[in-house]
Design a protein around this ligand. Structure first.
Ligand SMILES: N[C@@H](CCC(=O)N[C@@H](CS)C(=O)NCC(=O)O)C(=O)O
Length: 117
């Protein structure tokens, strides 16, 4: 079977929020994929795909993409139907900011709770 005709494979875990955002995007775009549940941290199959050992990892033919943000951008470019991002560059930049904030700054929310006490 040619690269690109195989169903994508998503290595993930039901409790992983990073995996859930990718599953949501795949679903919104109506893309078929096989979900492979990782049962333990350090799963050898996942380590082969992402030596960092993090999920999710998406396998699309011979292409492997890890990191949920990279996967979302990959899917958006390869499958533009049911766009996840607005066309407008300003609105798009706001989406990037919100995504980065939720992906990398979540622990800073504690200052919102404790900062004014
Ligand atoms: N920036 C990465 C973070 C990935 C990540 O932290 N994944 C967690 C699950 S949400 C994981 O694989 N944890 C396993 C571990 O810490 O060993 C992404 O957005 O995909």
């Amino acid at each position: 079977m040619e690269d690109g005709n195989q169903a994508m494979k998503l290595y993930s875990h039901p409790m992983s929020s990073c995996s859930r955002r990718v599953r949501l995007a795949l679903s919104l775009k109506g893309l078929k994929y096989e979900c492979i549940n990782i049962t333990s941290v350090g799963d050898p199959e996942l380590l082969k795909l992402n030596p960092m050992g993090y999920m999710p990892a998406l396998v699309d033919g011979t292409t492997v993409v890890s990191d949920s943000y990279a996967i979302l951008l990959y899917l958006e470019e390869k499958h533009p139907q049911h766009a996840l991002l607005p066309q407008d560059i300003i609105k798009k930049s706001i989406n990037y900011q919100v995504f980065q904030h939720s992906a990398s700054s979540e622990y800073n929310f504690s200052s919102l709770y404790w900062g004014n006490c």
